[in-house]
Ligand binder design. Structure first.
Ligand code: SF4
Ligand code: SF4
Length: 231
């Protein structure tokens, strides 16, 4: 009926308007609306009611797992006294090639005999040029570069503060597991799957190994959790 849509829209707006005040009263009686972790968690989730303003930077909305900001380099867990562990990056250069604005610069390491070393000596990303597309992370064959969730990188420095070097870029695998647990788990399963599949091919000639098929199936189903979008 003509005009019914407008009335319905206004009723929904009014419902949210009232819910906002009722929700304020609810959380005020439980320790205050602002700076209260429990209130923030509920209000910023799908269970939140009303319309709320986020008082950034005191309040921050949690970012979804797929959120991506500038890239970082994955390393093994650091040993005590070290900031990061062994690089996953093999310095293959694929990320630098696919990067649309060409903001990645890599210098490959050299062995004492002069042959190339499969790890970067230097690795730079100019984050002022990076457009956060994530292609570097998509194309890396070694899961060595990932998109970070840290978006508070603004500074007044107009020289080199935004050219992130290897030290600034390197973060241990546990960090990636913390910010993207489902994707990290699916990637680990994919790596297990490909390792097990290789072993199976080798072992076939020897008649296979006990429990091999079950382990392969298990790794396969773990990868599907992510691919099926269940997160
Ligand atoms: S694609 Fe991956 S392994 Fe290759 S240089 Fe880039 S980060 Fe390193
Ligand atoms: S996110 Fe995109 S623009 Fe940024 S470094 Fe990676 S490929 Fe380049």
């Amino acid at each position: 009926m003509y005009g019914l849509g407008i009335i319905k829209g206004m009723a929904i707006t009014m419902k949210h308007f009232v819910a906002t005040y009722l929700d304020d009263i609810h959380w005020l009686s439980r320790g205050g609306r602002y700076y209260n972790d429990e209130a923030l968690q509920v209000r910023q989730s799908l269970n939140g009611k009303g319309v709320i303003t986020v008082f950034y930077p005191e309040e921050k909305l949690p970012v979804p797992e797929r959120f991506r900001f500038v890239p970082f380099l994955v390393t093994d867990e650091p040993e005590s006294g070290q900031n990061w562990g062994h690089d996953w990056c093999t310095s293959c250069g694929i990320c630098a090639k696919v990067c649309p604005p060409q903001c990645i610069w890599i210098e490959r390491g050299k062995q004492p005999n002069g042959r190339p070393k499969p790890e970067p000596e230097k690795f730079f990303i100019d984050i002022d040029i990076c457009m956060n597309c994530g292609l570097c992370a998509e194309f890396c064959p070694f899961d060595a570069i990932k998109m970070d969730h840290d978006y508070e990188l603004a500074s007044y420095d107009r020289t080199t503060a935004h050219i992130h070097d290897k030290e600034r870029l390197s973060k241990p695998l546990s960090y990636w597991r913390e910010i993207a647990p489902k994707k990290a788990e699916a990637e680990a399963a994919a790596r297990d799957f490909s390792k097990l599949a290789k072993e199976r091919r080798k072992n076939r000639k020897r008649g296979g190994e006990e429990g091999q098929e079950e382990r392969l199936e298990e790794a396969k189903s773990r990868q599907l959790i992510y691919r099926g979008g269940l997160y």
